[in-house]
Design a protein around this ligand. Sequence first.
Ligand SMILES: [Zn+2]
Length: 88
Amino acid sequence: MGFKARAKANQPKVEEQQKKKDAKTGKETCGVNSCDGWADSTLGGRSLSVTDAEDMWGKAVVVRKNRVRVCKSCYRTWKKNNKQEDHY
Ligand SMILES: [Zn+2]
């Protein structure tokens, strides 16, 4: 009896681990053509306005619904070049 209860308790843990693995891969690709990072919000991705993104990368971006989804590192690069907005 005790063993069965323990085996059941272990099942949710496996599912959690799989979820974490999926999150690392990501679903949303970075909108910057030269970059193959992930733009998922769970992975630190951000969305920029088309104007902001084109200021930075020109036309080499993928526009979706008037926004450009970028990965964490691309957002950092962009932020470095747009320091007028210091607050998050
Ligand atoms: Zn990127």
